[in-house]
Design a protein around this ligand. Structure first.
Ligand code: HEM
Length: 454
C-alpha cells in the first residue's frame, strides 16, 4: 500500500503542498513559541514577504493596512482556504465564497444579533453552574486537571443550550480530543515521517477515519435530541426554517448538518482557548483576578448576572480582550489570491497563499506599547488611538466571525463567575509553550488545580 493510499484521511492538512504544513516549516525555531521565527522574518524582511515553497508561493503580510486591503478593499479577490479541513467543517458557510456564502450566512445572522444575548444568558449561566458544580468536586479532591478540556466542555454546553435548545448529546472530552488529533498538523507531519521510516505510529489512517466518523455522527445526535423548552427563537429553528424554504434549494439537510459541525468546532474551540488562556493569565496576575472578583460583587452581587450586568463588567471584558491580543486563538488568516494584484509594491499572483499574520500585529510594539505585558487597562476607556486592523481576533471585513460578540458575553460571564467562586492555580511550566497550527493551542495543555473560596 502506498503512503498516499494509506493516508487518505490525513492527507490534506499535512501534505507538503498544504499551507498548514508549509507554515510549520516556516515557523521552525523555538519549539515552544513558533510565532517567534515568523516575527523575526517580519522584522527582517519587511511587511510583504514572499516565500517560494516547492510549486507554490506563500505571501506573508504583517501590516494592518495590507490586512485591510485583503479582507475589506479587495475581499472578493481573495478567497478562503480550507484544504484538509473539509472533513471537519463539511460544506458549511465558513468554507464558501461569493453568492453561495451570502445565501448561507444571511438566514443565520439574526441568531447572533446583540438583541438575542439577553435570551441566551440564562442558558450560558446554566452551563456555567454545571461547570462550577464539577469544579467544586475537583476542589474537594485537589485533583489536577487540563483547563482547555474544561473550558471546551463549557463552551460546547453553552452553544448547545443557548443556540440549539438542547443538552449536549455527546461526550465532548472524547469527541474533541479525537478531532483535535486530526487537525493537529504537526501530528500529520509526524505520521508521514514515521511511516516513511517504517515506524510503528500512533495515529493511522483508520484512526483518522474513525475520528471523522465520530464527528459526522455528532450533528445528527443534536438534531435527534429532544429540545429542552421548544423555544422558537433559536439558531437551530432558523436553520430548520431555511431547509424547509424552497426558495433556498442550496440549503438542504446536509447543509444543516454541516452548519452544526461548524458551530460545534469554530464556535467552541476558539471560545474555550480564550477562556483557558484568560484563566492562566489571571492566575499569574492575582491583582487582576481580585479586581474581577470585586467588579462582579459590585455589579451583580449575589444574584444571577443579566445582559445589563454584562455591559457593566468593563474590566472583566477588558481581560478577555487583552487575552485575545496576547493569545489570539486564530493566529493567522489564510486566503488564496484569485487575481493578479500588487501589495506593498510586491506582485501577487493568482494561486498565491496569503497569510495575514494577526499574532504579529498583536505583538508589534509599534501598535501595542510593551506588547508582551498583560495590561487589560489598554481596553478601558477610549480605544481611539489604536491602529485600525492591528487587532484581529475575529478577523475583519465581511468574513469576520459571526459569533465574536456572543463569545465575549460567554467568556466575560464565565470568567467573572468562576473567579468569584474559585482560585485556579496554574501548575504547568512557565511560560507555557504553544503550537500554532490552525489555532494557537497550549502545548500539552494547561494543567490546573482549583481551590474553592469561602
Ligand atoms: C473567542 C472566540 C472566537 C474567536 C477568536 C473566533 C475567531 C474567528 C475568526 C478569526 C474568524 C474568521 C476567519 C477568517 O476570516 O478566515 C471566524 C469566523 C467564524 N466564526 Fe468565529 N471565533 C470565535 C467564536 C465563535 C463563536 C462563538 C461562533 C458561533 C457559535 C463562531 C462561528 C464562526 C463562523 C460561523 C465563522 C465563519 C463566518 C463566515 O465565513 O462568514 N465563532 N471566527
Amino acid at each position: 500500500m502506498t503512503i498516499q493510499q494509506n493516508l487518505g484521511h490525513t492527507q490534506g492538512l499535512g501534505e507538503t503542498n498544504s499551507i498548514w504544513f508549509k507554515l510549520t516549516l516556516l515557523s521552525k525555531g523555538n519549539p515552544d513559541n513558533p510565532m517567534q521565527t515568523l516575527q523575526m522574518m517580519a522584522d527582517r524582511y519587511g511587511p510583504v514577504i514572499t516565500v517560494n515553497m516547492a510549486d507554490q508561493r506563500v505571501v506573508f503580510l504583517t501590516e494592518p493596512e495590507h490586512f485591510k486591503h485583503v479582507l475589506v478593499s479587495k475581499a472578493d479577490d481573495y478567497i478562503k482556504y480550507f484544504d484538509g479541513l473539509k472533513p471537519v467543517f463539511g460544506k458549511s458557510m465558513i468554507t464558501h465564497d461569493g453568492a453561495l456564502w451570502q445565501k448561507i450566512r444571511m438566514p443565520q445572522q439574526p441568531a447572533f444579533h446583540p438583541d438575542m444575548f439577553a435570551e441566551y444568558i440564562p442558558y450560558f449561566l446554566q452551563a456555567i453552574h454545571t461547570k462550577m458544580g464539577l469544579w467544586s468536586k475537583l476542589a474537594e479532591t485537589g485533583e489536577e486537571f487540563e483547563m482547555v478540556e474544561q473550558t471546551w466542555t463549557l463552551a460546547a454546553d453553552m452553544i448547545c443550550k443557548a443556540l440549539f435548545d438542547r443538552d449536549m448529546p455527546f461526550n465532548p472530552h472524547v469527541v474533541f480530543k479525537c478531532v483535535k488529533t486530526y487537525t493537529d498538523v504537526m501530528e500529520h507531519k509526524a505520521i508521514r515521517m514515521r511511516v516513511l521510516h517504517g515506524d510503528d505510529i500512533k495515529m493511522t489512517d483508520e484512526n483518522a477515519a474513525k475520528a471523522m466518523e465520530l464527528w459526522a455522527n455528532v450533528p445528527p445526535a443534536v438534531f435527534a435530541q429532544n429540545p429542552n423548552e421548544e423555544r422558537e427563537r433559536t439558531l437551530l429553528k432558523m436553520i430548520e426554517a431555511v431547509v424547509a424554504d424552497p426558495s433556498v434549494p442550496e440549503f438542504d439537510q446536509q447543509q444543516a448538518i454541516d452548519e452544526l459541525k461548524q458551530y460545534l468546532w469554530a464556535g467552541t474551540e476558539t471560545t474555550a482557548l480564550t477562556l483557558a488562556w484568560a484563566l492562566y493569565l489571571t492566575s499569574k496576575n492575582p491583582d487582576a483576578a481580585n479586581r474581577i472578583r470585586k467588579e462582579g460583587e459590585t455589579v451583580y452581587g449575589d444574584r444571577e448576572p443579566t445582559a445589563a450586568d454584562y455591559s457593566a463588567l468593563a474590566y472583566t471584558r477588558a481581560v478577555i480582550q487583552e487575552t485575545m491580543r496576547i493569545y489570539p486563538p486564530i493566529w493567522g488568516l489564510i486566503r488564496v489570491a484569485t487575481k493578479p494584484d500588487i501589495i506593498g509594491g510586491k506582485e501577487i499572483k493568482p494561486g498565491d497563499r496569503v497569510v495575514i499574520f494577526a499574532y504579529g500585529a498583536h505583538h508589534n510594539p509599534r501598535f501595542w506599547p510593551e506588547p508582551e505585558e498583560f495590561r487589560p487597562e489598554r481596553w478601558m476607556g477610549s480605544t481611539k488611538g489604536q491602529v485600525k486592523y492591528s487587532y484581529l481576533p475575529f478577523g475583519g471585513g465581511k468574513r469576520s466571525c459571526i459569533g465574536g460578540a456572543m463569545s465575549q458575553v460567554e467568556n466575560t460571564l464565565a470568567l467573572s463567575m468562576l473567579l468569584r467562586r474559585f482560585r485556579p492555580e496554574y501548575l504547568g511550566k512557565e511560560p507555557p509553550g504553544f503550537s500554532g497550527t490552525v489555532t494557537l493551542t497550549p502545548k500539552g495543555g494547561l494543567k490546573f488545580r482549583v481551590c474553592e473560596l469561602s
